[in-house]
Ligand binder design. Sequence first.
Ligand code: LLP
Length: 442
Amino acid sequence: MFLGTQRVNEAGHLEIGGCDALALAREFGTPLYVLDEETVRRKCRALRAAYEKRYPSSLMLFAAKALINMAVCRIMDEEGMGLDLSSGGELYTALRAGFPMERIYLHGNNKAAWELELALEAGVGRVVLDNEREMELLNALAARRGVTQPVLLRVAPGIKPQTHSYISTGQIDTKFGLGISTGCAERGLAKAMTLPNLQVVGLHCHIGSNIMGLDSFEMAARMMIRFAAHLRDTVGVVIEELDLGGGVGVRYTADDQPPSPEDYAEAVITGVHEEVEKARLPHPKLLQEPGRAITGEAGTTLYTVGTIKDVPGIRRYVSVDGGMSDNPRPALYQARYSALAAGDPLAPAAEVVTIAGKHCECDNLIFDLALPAVQPGDVLAVQTTGAYTYTMASNYNRFTRPAMVLVRDGQAELIVARETLDDVISHDVVPARLAKTCCCCG
Ligand code: LLP
């Protein structure tokens, strides 16, 4: 499987964004996150186009939790995307990258006062309210500044899509948002309307992540419009904006068959149109906030192969120079990946191996991968690592977090520098009483 601009070049090596993967590994070291700019931009454009032609009043947001750094914020701005942010740290990154604040939607189930202050100070477009405590807090902070903050209310529609339970969020038993069927969402909305420094403009839901089927997206869209109609009739509010979250899956392996942007837009928008007409509602502005579907397939992680261990008759472990600190997804969600031998991706498979990390854990990255025979020093390219890898990376075992390069038209530019060992200890503080003293200076 080749994704995005991946291909085999004249030297027989894997090429991404016109750059030879072996040359990237040599120049920037491994592990290395490689981000294919053309693919990121194409995904943004395909999703925007699929929506805008069916539903002109729409805005595509990028869920920055999937991949955020200042260069990515710049690309999203150039592509006319908004940003779905979930913390003060993400907001600070977007601010420093000069991202237009009116296209920011700030999420979070437990936003701190400082995060709401930062949002008000920056003038973010929307705060997506999660609960009643937050409404009161935001209202008080906005009143103190003498401003009115436009808000959406996050609701839990009561839909459980087919995905890993850790990333399923639309059901009633969730920490996110106010439930429709429990009556909490209606009560919450009525309350928000009484708070003078909040301007309620709409509703939000997000049912889960890495979803391959379209049914749950369409069902969520229909339920949200019906709920909007119910709120018009009971609370008397007009829902001007409807944000239906993200969640579209990607190809981690050749078996995965995610919906195309066209099919996704068609299913959701058909649901919206039909329900809007039935309920005689004005068409709300429609938002989606995909993360994985935009950057997932655009990312590749290059590793260098080290130890190869045979457990006779059972398994061959091929260890690479990274692992759960740069990609915790296999350990957390039993996520599956595919990989190519970067030096000869077209060579026929010679063996089935397990790709192991180098952490002091059983941090296998890929089980049972068919690969050509590999040797220590070879470069392995794990695909579809552009979402929820760099943003979930850690310094476990005091590993330095990898660099990230942006590749395009044969150019490779560093967008995140590799951490150094000094970076890793830079926040350690040794109290004076524990300081190591030497024998000559006492
Ligand atoms: N909107 C909201 C409110 C979300 O909570 C999420 C993801 C998204 C949008 C974007 O979802 P996407 O389009 O990327 O599926 N760390 C997990 C994924 C957690 C997703 C959390 N929320 C993983 O590695 O699979």
